[in-house]
Design a protein around this ligand. Structure first.
Ligand code: B12
Length: 236
């Protein structure tokens, strides 16, 4: 049953362009975080190499896109909308199949009143689920860093009680070392250059109220750049 359900959901998500799919055991999280569900489906789309090249070669990509009135065509923005939409549809598909599911799309979290606008936080961030999937670590930029794609991912998640073969991993230790590229690229000094640890509060790493969502800490991370170099065989 678990294998059949897992294959069904994987085929469905892959047909929608999702290239990261993980089933995670969240039964150990607090009820406030897992809403009583035992499993989470983490789905992700990686960002294109062309896009990463353009953003990292531009001094102020987001500023320029806003000036040109093109920001709603930004690839990360479009993939964030896509992963959220796919998560909402997946939750409906699972409930139509007779199980329970809760989409953690931004809209659904807002509608359910669990997005804390004041603190800019949610009870169970996709990154926390990604860590338990064993995908990577939290970087000094407070983003998920994966050995394969760096930070170049748009993620969403669905909590569910449908039968799935799940995994659970302790978070990987930070591989940032002495690197401070993200901190050096943050023009508003939102990043504090601190190494993440399991008990690290977010505020030790970043002042989210200074962040201008300029994408620089995500794109210029040396692991994101290594992904671009590996695939394109050139450095940006
Ligand atoms: C609120 C939010 C913001 C806010 C606040 C940022 C923040 N880090 O909280 C603002 C608007 C500033 C923001 C900005 C950006 N964001 Co944002 N954001 C979110 C959102 C909606 C919620 C995150 C949340 O709940 N944070 C609450 C805090 C407390 O949790 P946290 O940040 O995950 O970190 C702590 C804990 O989780 C803990 N922790 C982590 N894992 C574990 C595991 C265990 C076992 C334990 C105990 C603890 C633990 O450690 C972390 C640090 O203390 C998520 C989507 C989602 N629903 O998850 C996207 C998300 C995190 N954002 C994302 C991105 C890409 C960005 C930007 C790069 C976008 C841009 N245009 O520039 C910037 C970068 C900012 C930065 N460097 O963090 C991506 C991250 C992808 C990745 N590779 O990690 C996400 C996942 C959205 C997506 N569609 O993929 N964001």
């Amino acid at each position: 049953m678990k294998v059949r359900m897992g294959n069904l959901l994987r085929e469905r998500l892959q047909s929608q362009g999702v290239n990261m799919i993980h089933f995670v055991d969240i039964s150990g999280m607090s009820p406030n975080q897992n809403r009583g569900f035992s499993s989470a489906i983490l789905l992700g789309m990686t960002l294109s190499l062309q896009y990463l090249k353009i953003v990292s070669n531009s001094d102020d990509y987001v500023g320029q896109m806003k000036m040109d009135g093109l920001i709603d065509q930004d690839e990360f923005h479009l993939k964030e909308l896509a992963t959220d939409r796919i998560a909402d549809e997946l939750a409906k598909y699972i409930t139509d199949s007779g199980y329970e599911a809760f989409s953690q799309s931004e809209n659904n979290l807002l509608n359910e009143g669990v997005y804390n606008e004041k603190y800019k936080s949610t009870p169970l961030p996709h990154k926390t689920i990604a860590l338990m999937a064993g995908l990577g670590w939290i970087g000094k930029n407070n983003l998920l860093v994966t050995p394969e794609y760096g930070c170049a991912i748009s993620m969403c998640s669905v909590l569910t009680n449908s039968p799935l073969n799940t995994v659970w991993n302790l978070p990987t230790k930070s591989q940032c070392g002495d690197c401070s590229i993200c901190e050096n690229n943050c023009n508003v000094d939102a990043l504090k250059g601190q190494t993440w640890g399991i008990c690290a509060s977010r505020d030790r790493l970043i002042d989210v109220f200074k962040c201008t969502t300029c994408l620089k800490c995500m794109v210029n991370c040396r692991y994101t750049q290594a992904y671009v170099t590996k695939e394109l065989g050139i450095t940006c």
